[in-house]
Design a protein around this ligand. Structure first.
Ligand code: NDP
Length: 445
């Protein structure tokens, strides 16, 4: 396999799709050896078939605001690969959403879902809709209009979307209501549903919890744990709050959270009532980061900067893609950070990842360390199929077990002769092999 040749051709076909090209290159570089050692993979055209989505749906989403003004957004669903199960992946509502970002996320999702060991293929979708400052009625009208197109290509055995940036329980509820009305069915077509109508306990906090469980396994390989450790977290969304909660429970101290315009540093630790306060603000679509510094005056708001300049033992980037560059990586390393586990998807740039690997610190790529969210979505699908609901302990136990297994798979495929574990390679190789085998079993389709 010639990675540069494949990438040149992919770039010609997908000009300007920076994030997508970045995600594909990372995977191809990791699996190059394995592909070259197994000529049947190339003979079956697996790589060419894997980097082209099965299909892409792009549609118009018209909606009316509270003043009666008409708006038009763009909606997408990328069905990337369903070799091992129905397409599965979140919906992102954010003004930055475009085809490149959703293709990168959909592509990553193939390997992440494979790592969970559950039968789920890869997909992603969303819209450039900005929920900030919108009323609940406006969000509802938007979600309903979005579902008026999306319902045609999704289904509990076909494609099961979930939440992502800008899509939490509220948006899932509005979309589910419209799907139900259109199809006259009540089925597990979305995950992240409300507990009273098919949702799973632990799903909201699962990505953050899973990320911390994964980091815990990495720390174990160095004979240590979260107790007494200082932890820098970015973002304060679905993923970040779960991570902050679990770190605190395990005896660590979270000292930062962030938003697009800066970060909060709170040396006293961000836990308990402080997390509750932020969840209240989130529920009412309000900005969190600045109000936090007014509410808790011992903390400080650092405008226009990222939390990676703060001295910490562990870093958990949980906001968005490419939010941690080379300079940030070097800051973390020079300040003695021993482990980075990505809660977000591709938050570290390729140069940052290179620095972590060069300095041999523990580094977990998102497709391994944030797989707890989709894994728990898979558990929600299982509960929906069986028409029963597991208790909190049961779901959490399964999630924990899955994260331990993903860690083990990464070690198996990522450990080199010196004992160093390259988790990027481990995750990519392990996730890829299962999908490639399924594709070979199923013929050229
Ligand atoms: P949310 O919308 O709930 O939270 C995103 C958080 O990041 C918000 O606090 C947001 O602040 C902040 N943020 C957004 N853009 C930036 C930026 N440019 N710089 C700094 N902070 C920013 O999303 P999620 O928590 O669901 O998702 C976060 C990441 O985790 C994404 O990469 C997502 O793909 C990934 N992920 C999510 C899963 C899930 O289960 N939800 C599963 C696996 C991965 P503000 O609200 O002020 O914009």
């Amino acid at each position: 396999m010639n990675v540069d040749k494949i990438m040149n051709e992919l770039e010609k076909k997908n000009p300007g799709e920076v994030e997508y090209l970045q995600a594909v290159r990372e995977v191809l570089e990791s699996i190059e050896d394995v592909v070259n050692e197994n000529p049947q993979i190339e003979a079956a055209g697996i790589i060419d078939r894997l980097i082209e989505p099965d299909r892409v749906l792009m549609f118009k989403v018209p909606w009316v605001d509270d003043k009666g003004q008409v708006h038009v957004n763009r909606g997408f669903r990328i069905q990337f690969n369903n070799a091992i199960g129905p397409y599965k992946g979140g919906l992102r509502f954010h003004p930055s959403v475009n085809l490149s970002i959703l293709k990168f996320l959909g592509f990553e999702q193939i390997f992440k879902n494979s790592l969970t060991t559950l039968p789920m293929g890869g997909g992603k979708g969303g819209s450039d809709f900005d929920a900030k400052g919108k009323s609940d009625a406006e969000i509802m009208r938007f979600c309903q209009s979005f579902m008026l197109e999306l319902w045609k290509i999704i289904g509990p055995e076909t494609d099961v979307p979930a939440g992502d940036i800008g899509v939490g329980g509220k948006e899932i509820g509005f979309m589910y209501g419209m799907y139900k009305k259109l199809t006259h069915t009540h089925v597990g077509v979305l995950t992240g549903k409300g507990l009273n109508w098919g949702g799973s306990l632990v799903r909201p906090e699962a990505t953050g919890f899973g990320c911390v469980y994964f980091a815990q396994e990495m720390l174990k390989t160095k004979g240590t744990d979260f107790k007494g450790k200082t932890v820098a977290v970015s973002g304060f969304g679905n993923v970040a709050w779960g991570a902050a909660l679990k770190v605190t429970e395990l005896g660590g101290k979270v000292v930062t959270i962030s938003g697009p315009d800066g970060y909060i540093y709170d040396a006293d630790g961000i836990s308990g009532e402080k997390i509750d306060y932020m969840l209240e603000l989130r529920a009412s679509n309000q900005d969190i980061v600045k109000p936090y510094s007014y509410e808790f005056p011992n903390s400080k708001f650092v405008q226009g900067r990222r939390p990676w300049e703060v001295k910490c033992d562990i870093a958990l980037p949980c906001a968005t893609q490419n939010e941690l560059g080379k300079e940030d990586a070097l800051n973390l390393i020079n300040n003695g950070c021993m482990a980075v586990a990505e809660g977000a998807n591709m938050p570290s740039t390729p140069e940052a990842v290179e620095s972590f690997l060069e300095h041999k610190i523990l580094f977990a790529p998102g497709k391994a360390s944030n797989a707890g969210g989709v894994a728990t979505s898979g558990l929600e699908m299982s509960q929906n199929s069986m028409k029963l609901a597991w208790g909190k302990e049961e779901v959490d136990r399964r999630l924990h077990e899955i994260m331990k297994n993903i860690h083990e798979a990464c070690v198996k495929h990522g450990k080199d002769s010196t004992g160093f574990v390259n988790y990027v390679k481990g995750a990519n190789v392990s996730g890829f092999l299962k999908v490639a085998q399924a594709m070979m079993d199923q013929g050229i389709i």
